[in-house]
Design a protein around this ligand. Structure first.
Ligand SMILES: NC(=O)c1ccc[n+]([C@@H]2O[C@H](COP(=O)([O-])OP(=O)(O)OC[C@H]3O[C@@H](n4cnc5c(N)ncnc54)[C@H](O)[C@@H]3O)[C@@H](O)[C@H]2O)c1
Length: 458
C-alpha cells in the first residue's frame, strides 16, 4: 500500500505549472487571495479543489477540506441550485448554499470579513474542463460515481471519491483502469482507514492476538426512511433542480420528491441500500482486519431479506443477512442491526469489536483472568483522511484507501445484494472477479448495468 503509483513528472499539475510558469499570475489570477486566508501557504503549494455534489455528506466533506490550510475550494457543482428535503427537513443544501458556506468560511478566516472566489456549476463536465482545478471531491449519489470519476481521471484530476466506490463491479473496474492509466491519486472516502483506533484494532486482529478468526460480523443500520408506498404518484420537479442531470446514467423514471436527495440510497437504480451505504464502512474494516483488502471471498450466500410492500418507491432490502466465505474458511456475516458495534471479529482466542463511531475497540480475551477481563484500545487523535489525500496529491504517494481497496470492499456489498436478489448461494472467483458454476450466468449479468444514453463508463 506504500508503493508510489503516480509519477510527479508525468502528472503536470496546476501547482507544478504555477511553480514553473512566468505567466502563472495571469493564468490563476482569480485564486490569488489574501495571505490572511491561507496563512503562509503559497499559491504554488495550495491544492485547488472542486466539489461535485454538495448535499448531506458534501457539506461535511466541504468543512473538512476547508479546514486544511493548504487547500482552497474554488468551485462547487450540484444539479440542485439549493433546497431543503435532504436528510433532515431543516438541511438546506445544493450549490448556492455550498458557495455561501465556502465564501463565509474564508471570509471569517480573512479577518476582513470579505471573500469572493467560489464558482458554481450545474454540469460537472465544466468543472473538469477547468485547468485551475487540481482535485475533485465526488460526493454525488452512487449511480454517478463511475462516470464522474472516469471523466475526472481523464481530465487529469486527483480524486477524493466517496464510498461506496461505485454502483456495480464493472463500473468500479473501469474506474480503476482510468485512475491507473492517468496516474491519478484516488482516495476512497472510507475514513476509518485514517482512524488510528480502527487501525490499532485491525492490526491486533492481523497480528493473531485473537487467534484464527472464524467469523466476522459486519453490522449495517436499519433503513431510516420509508418513502411513499404502493400507488405513489409523481410530484412536480422543483425549479432549480436539473432532474435529467440527476438521473444521468440511471433509467428514465418519474420524479418524486422522495426519490432524489439523500433517499436515493434506498432505491436499487441508484444505490445498494444500507448494504452498500453502511457495508462500505463495516465490510471495509472486516477486509482490513482479515488482511484481504485486495481480494475477496469465494462464496456469497443469501440468508434472508425483507422489503417494503411491492410497488413502494424504496425497493432496497430493509432487513437482511448475507454470508460470505473466504478461502481459509473465515465467514463474514453482513446483518441489519442497531450498529452500536460496527464490525466484530470472533477468533479462537477472543473477540475484537469496533464501535459505530470507530472510537472504541473492545478486546475480549477468551480465557478471562481478573487482570485480563477486557482491554480497550485508546483513541488518541482523529486520523485525517482528507489530510492524507492532500499529502498524497503533493507527494504522489499512495493514499491509505486506494481505489483497489475501495473496490474490493464495495464489491462485497454488491455480491451480497446480488445473492439477495437471486435468493441463492453463489461461487465467486476473486481472481477473475466472476461468478462460477450454478446460477453464474444470471449472476454475472448483474455485475454491470445499462447506462442511459449518452452516459457511458468506458
Ligand atoms: N463517508 C461517509 O461516511 C459518507 C456518509 C454519507 C454519505 N456518503 C456518500 O456520499 C455520497 C452522497 O450521499 P449524500 O447523503 O450526501 O446524498 P445527497 O443526496 O444528500 O447529496 C448528493 C448531492 O449530489 C447532487 N447530484 C446528483 N447528481 C449530480 C450531478 N450529476 N452533478 C452534480 N451533483 C449531483 C444532488 O443534487 C445532491 O445534492 C453517497 O455516495 C454516499 O454513500 C459517505
Amino acid at each position: 500500500m506504500t508503493k508510489p503509483t503516480t509519477d510527479a513528472t508525468a502528472h503536470l499539475t496546476r501547482r507544478g505549472f504555477l511553480r514553473t510558469s512566468a505567466t502563472a499570475a495571469a493564468v490563476a489570477a482569480p485564486y490569488f487571495v489574501p495571505s490572511s486566508v491561507f496563512g503562509e501557504t503559497a499559491p504554488s503549494n495550495r491544492i485547488t479543489v472542486a466539489f461535485i455534489g454538495t448535499g448531506n455528506q458534501g457539506f461535511l466533506d466541504l468543512t473538512l477540506f476547508m479546514a486544511q490550510p493548504d487547500c482552497q475550494v474554488v468551485a462547487v457543482c450540484d444539479v440542485n441550485k439549493g433546497s431543503d428535503n435532504y436528510k433532515e427537513p431543516s438541511d438546506v443544501r445544493g450549490r448556492e448554499p455550498a458557495k455561501a458556506l465556502v465564501e463565509s468560511t474564508y471570509a471569517k478566516r480573512s479577518g476582513s470579513g470579505k471573500f469572493k472566489g467560489c464558482d458554481t456549476f450545474n454540469d460537472f463536465r465544466e468543472v473538469l474542463a477547468r485547468k485551475d482545478v487540481d482535485a475533485v471531491v465526488i460526493v454525488s449519489p452512487d449511480h454517478w460515481h463511475d462516470v464522474m470519476a472516469i471523466a475526472a481521471a481523464k481530465a487529469g484530476k486527483d480524486i477524493y471519491g466517496e464510498k461506496p466506490l461505485g454502483l456495480t463491479i464493472a463500473g468500479q473496474q473501469a474506474m480503476i483502469k482510468a485512475v491507473r492509466d492517468k496516474r491519478c491519486v484516488f482516495q476512497t472516502g472510507s475514513h476509518e482507514r485514517s482512524n488510528p483506533y480502527v487501525k490499532a484494532a485491525c492490526d491486533l486482529v492481523q497480528s493473531g492476538a485473537i487467534g484464527k478468526v472464524r467469523r466476522v460480523v459486519c453490522n449495517i443500520g436499519r433503513q431510516n426512511k420509508l418513502g411513499p408506498g404502493p400507488g405513489w404518484e409523481p410530484t412536480p420537479i422543483p425549479s432549480g433542480f436539473d432532474y435529467d442531470m440527476w438521473l444521468g446514467p440511471a433509467p428514465e423514471a418519474p420524479y418524486h420528491k422522495d426519490r432524489c436527495l439523500y433517499n436515493f440510497r434506498f432505491i436499487d437504480d441508484y444505490a445498494g441500500g444500507q448494504t452498500a451505504n453502511f457495508g462500505a464502512h463495516s465490510i471495509d474494516i472486516a477486509q482490513w482486519g482479515l488482511g484481504t483488502s485486495l481480494t475477496g471471498p469465494k462464496e456469497v450466500e443469501y440468508v434472508y431479506a425483507d422489503y417494503l410492500p411491492e410497488g413502494s418507491l424504496f425497493n432496497a432490502a430493509t432487513f437482511l443477512n448475507f454470508r460470505c466465505k473466504y478461502e481459509n474458511g473465515t465467514v463474514l456475516d453482513c446483518v441489519t442491526a442497531e450498529p452500536s458495534v460496527r464490525t466484530a471479529f470472533y477468533g479462537d482466542d477472543g473477540i475484537v469489536s469496533i464501535d459505530n463511531q470507530g472510537q472504541n475497540a473492545l478486546v475480549i480475551p477468551r480465557k478471562l483472568t481478573p487482570e485480563k477481563l477486557q482491554k480497550r484500545v485508546k483513541y488518541h487523535s482523529g486520523g485525517d483522511h482528507v489530510r492524507n489525500f492532500l499529502d498524497c496529491v503533493k507527494s504522489r504517494e499512495e493514499p491509505v484507501a486506494p481505489i483497489e481497496v475501495g473496490h474490493r470492499s464495495a464489491s462485497i456489498c454488491h455480491l451480497g445484494n446480488i445473492s439477495l436478489k437471486l435468493q441463492t448461494k453463489l461461487k465467486w472467483n476473486p481472481e477473475v472477479e466472476r461468478f462460477e458454476g450454478g446460477r453464474s450466468d444470471e449472476a454475472n449479468k448483474l455485475l454491470s448495468r445499462e447506462q442511459r444514453s449518452p452516459w457511458k463508463i468506458s
